[in-house]
Write a protein that binds this ligand. Structure first.
Ligand code: ADP
Ligand code: ADP
Length: 246
């Protein structure tokens, strides 16, 4: 099955004047294993609302007012206005703009990586540690043995985002939502992180919803693109097709 299948998704925020803002207006979106699907559009288009809804992070009183979501074949209950039954980390991995949003400053790299695994996978601490080392290697952290004991402030911005990506992969979710994953990073490391996300999609067959306002990022790594404007999809298709359309 697709790693993500959204049909007619509608998300609303109540306005203080009693009206309703339709932030996401009946959109469809499908992502297959190994595919990077860019969700683009200007600020306010509704991109982050889609990503947050998928991660179970939709801010109340915002609510899902219609449509269906299925993640890796699992139908998600949205009738309550929330995505119920999604376990963040296990079903959907998250990468946000600022790595410090995702990392606990008081936790070592080992704790950040192992916490979710110990909660969601039936493995021992020793197995989790071994998996953590493998993940750090996979995301290109040098001297991973030594880095397990580091705190976030002891890492560079690029290394922090690599640790976030490793954490997003820790429980082996089939879908990752990456919301502006390189916007807060030094220009010199942006391309490296994009390449890492591309390689992980190719090698692990994870599907990625890549929220961005940057067409350069789309050209660099996306397979497919959906363009949103005022909550609606205005164009959707292969990255090549969308980028070359007038
Ligand atoms: P971006 O354009 O990068 O998505 P925004 O500045 O639009 O960033 O939003 C940042 C955060 O503020 C998000 O968590 C979003 O849900 C929240 N937000 C955006 N617009 C509003 C609003 N009108 N009222 C309350 N919260 C908002
Ligand atoms: P984008 O990520 O494309 O910038 P958002 O999803 O952040 O767009 O916002 C879509 C629309 O929903 C905007 O009009 C924004 O102001 C509104 N919005 C986002 N979050 C909230 C919120 N928590 N409360 C009220 N309105 C919000």
């Amino acid at each position: 099955p697709p790693v993500l299948d959204i049909k007619n998704l509608r998300v609303e925020y109540p306005l203080t004047n009693g009206g309703t803002l339709v932030a996401v207006n009946d959109i469809d979106l499908t992502i297959r294993p190994g595919e990077i699907h860019a969700l683009v559009g200007e600020s306010g288009a509704g991109k982050t609302t889609v990503g947050n809804a998928l991660m179970g992070l939709l801010q109340a009183p915002g609510r899902i007012a219609g449509g269906s979501i299925s993640i890796a074949g699992k139908q998600i209950n949205t009738r309550t206005g929330r995505t119920e039954g999604i376990v963040p980390g296990r079903d959907v991995g998250a990468i946000f703009q600022d790595p410090m949003t995702s990392l606990n400053p008081l936790f070592t790299v080992e704790s950040q990586l192992c916490e979710g695994m110990l909660a969601h996978l039936k493995i021992s601490r020793k197995e989790a540690r071994a998996r953590a080392l493998d993940l750090l290697k996979a995301v290109g952290i040098p001297e991973p043995e030594r880095r397990l004991g580091s705190y976030p402030h002891q890492l560079s911005g690029g290394q922090r985002q690599r640790v976030v990506i490793a954490t997003a992969l820790a429980c082996d979710p089939r879908l990752i939502v990456a919301d502006e994953p390189t916007t807060a990073l030094d220009v010199s490391v942006q391309a490296q992180i994009l390449k890492l996300i591309r390689d992980l999609a190719d090698e692990r067959r994870v599907g990625v919803l890549l929220v961005t306002h940057n067409m350069g990022v789309v050209a660099e790594i996306a397979d497919r693109v959906t363009i949103m404007q005022n909550g609606s999809v205005v164009e959707s298709g292969s990255a090549r097709g969308v980028l070359t359309s007038p």
